[in-house]
Design a protein around this ligand. Structure first.
Ligand code: AMP
Length: 142
């Protein structure tokens, strides 16, 4: 299975936020879209960073409520691990587990073409295993 198969199921929408927005605005977007991370971008399809709810929780613990007025750029991760549509889903699963992040943007020629979460990856893998099991069961019965 390839990343392109995951995107076929879930679509290629990526919610982004500008690095100049506040953490308060970030929280509103996370809530509104029901996601755990946003790609930080100036809207031209290039990636400046990634910011997840975990970045907020850790800094909130350290800095308190003043964090809400800080810029997204001050809490985002700049070194973003990305993947391509032709990458293998199982390889990405291993990599996400090793590096302990749950979101990976998909790039095509340096531009955003989707994002996969650990949930998307696990769901795709389970659907695949289930289809394989059904095929084998049907094969045994005939
Ligand atoms: P997550 O598990 O995705 O909520 O993220 C955990 C931590 O890893 C946070 O500090 C994120 O900013 C960072 N992070 C999430 N996704 C990526 C990624 N694809 N590349 C690099 N860092 C990431």
């Amino acid at each position: 299975l390839r990343i392109a198969d995951v995107l076929r199921h879930k679509g290629d929408v990526v919610v982004t936020i500008s690095p100049d927005e506040t953490v308060a605005a970030l929280l509103a977007e996370l809530d509104q879209h029901g996601v755990g991370a946003l790609v930080v971008s100036r809207g031209d399809g290039t990636v400046e960073g990634i910011v997840s709810e975990r970045d907020v929780v850790r800094r909130l613990h350290a800095h308190g409520a003043a964090l809400l007025e800080q810029k997204v750029s001050s809490i985002m991760t700049e070194e973003v691990h990305t993947c391509g549509p032709q990458d293998d889903v199982e390889d990405l699963m291993v990599s996400m587990t090793q590096h302990r992040f749950r979101h990976v943007p998909v790039l095509v020629e340096g531009r955003l073409a989707g994002i996969v979460s650990i949930g998307d990856v696990v769901k795709t893998r389970l659907d695949d295993l289930e289809a394989e099991r059904d095929q084998l069961t049907a094969y045994i019965k005939t």
